[in-house]
Write a protein that binds this ligand. Structure first.
Ligand SMILES: NC(=O)c1ccc[n+]([C@@H]2O[C@H](COP(=O)([O-])OP(=O)(O)OC[C@H]3O[C@@H](n4cnc5c(N)ncnc54)[C@H](OP(=O)(O)O)[C@@H]3O)[C@@H](O)[C@H]2O)c1
Length: 328
């Protein structure tokens, strides 16, 4: 059986999740795709770090070792920040590799040039994992857009913020206590700035914008507000009025095609599609012309939700290349 050689860039939470799932699902993927996936190499930053064993896999800190692997066909990217990730993916595409990324910081900025580059080389980009983790919003949107048009997207795109707001309401605790709890449970980073400032949700909203509207608003025109200004008193008052704070990222296109986006806390009532979304869950409500409002809900991050959608992207891409429908 023919082999597909793949590499994983980054071997932290997401990279290790990909490695585990590829190995666990190897036989099923062989059956469904008729091809055997082999993780040939893993790129890390610090070779001295202690890691799980990956027998037979080249582990390197030099991207040239990866890109020069003969017959490499797929690159999973799970590193951090815009660079060197963007440069690596450009090189991988130029080499004729399909790329599958979880890196929202990089992809929010470079999705349009990366897609153009991939098109010119006849390869595919998978990016389901960049936005709302395990919630299949990218593939759903792609499908919908074949017939529907999207007028507005509203989402809870950062699980950490939603967890903090939920705990403040349920346990009547202060913002800092809820944040510490989120960090202890591994939901928030040691440096939670991107989560609580709204920047993480903003980046994901820009990825959805590029897909749904084929463009992004001018980033400087988007008001981005985090949840760090919400006090326990605010939350209690809202609760008495039957309302809940939600951190909402939203974007709408007017009749002239102009985009209006904002990211920040909103008070929502029981009729709102995001009212019931609790704890670390993410949700995306899509307003479409034919279907009406469709709301997707699920885990927005984590090793297995994120890695599994990346392996699904792989199956979809390889299935497309082979020209058959996947029956997993
Ligand atoms: N964690 C989630 O639930 C989640 C969900 C959705 C999307 N994402 C995105 O997925 C990506 C990875 O997240 P993560 O949580 O897995 O991060 P992580 O645990 O911090 O792991 C990052 C990995 O990237 C490697 N790395 C960093 N800079 C590198 C460089 N310049 N060259 C080579 N390797 C480099 C690190 O190497 P060392 O091990 O040597 O330090 C590490 O293995 C991020 O872009 C994140 O935003 C994460």
């Amino acid at each position: 059986m023919a082999k597909i050689k793949a590499a994983i860039l980054g071997f932290g939470t997401v990279g290790q999740g990909i490695y585990h799932i590829v190995n666990e699902k190897k036989e099923d993927l062989k059956k469904s795709l008729g091809l055997d996936i082999e993780i040939s190499a893993i790129l890390v930053n610090n070779l001295a770090k202690e890691r799980i064993q990956t027998p037979g896999v080249l582990v390197t800190d030099d991207f040239e070792d990866i890109i020069n692997i003969p017959g490499l066909q797929v690159v999973f990217e799970a590193i951090v920040n815009e660079e060197p990730a963007y440069g690596y993916l450009c090189k991988a595409i130029d080499k004729g590799c399909h790329v599958i990324t979880a890196n929202k910081v990089m992809f929010s900025k470079y999705s349009i040039p990366l897609h153009e580059r991939a098109k010119s080389r006849g390869v595919f980009i998978g990016y389901e994992a960049t936005t709302a983790g395990g919630v299949p919003v990218i593939k759903t949107l792609k499908n919908l857009l074949q017939v529907n048009s999207v007028k507005r997207i509203q989402g809870i795109l950062n699980g950490t913020s939603n967890y903090i707001l939920t705990q403040m309401r349920l346990n009547e605790c202060q913002f800092n206590d809820a944040l510490t709890e989120a960090q202890d449970l591994g939901y928030a980073e040691a440096d939670p700035y991107n989560d609580i400032s709204g920047q993480d949700a903003f980046r994901k909203l820009m990825i959805l914008s590029a897909l749904a509207f084929k463009k992004q608003p001018n980033w400087d025109d988007v008001r981005v507000v985090g949840i760090d200004g919400i006090s326990l008193e605010d939350v209690k008052k809202a609760k008495q009025e039957g309302l809940r704070y939600r951190h909402v990222a939203e974007i709408e296109q007017d009749e002239n095609g102009e985009l209006f986006a904002s990211v920040g806390p909103q008070l929502v009532g029981p009729d709102h599609p995001l009212y019931a979304i609790e704890a670390v869950n993410n949700a995306v409500a899509l307003d479409t012309n034919y279907i009406g409002t469709l709301t997707l809900v699920g885990p927005g991050a984590g090793m297995y939700p994120t890695a599994s959608v990346m392996v699904e992207d792989y199956a979809e891409i390889i299935g497309k290349r082979a020209g058959f429908m996947i029956t997993i």
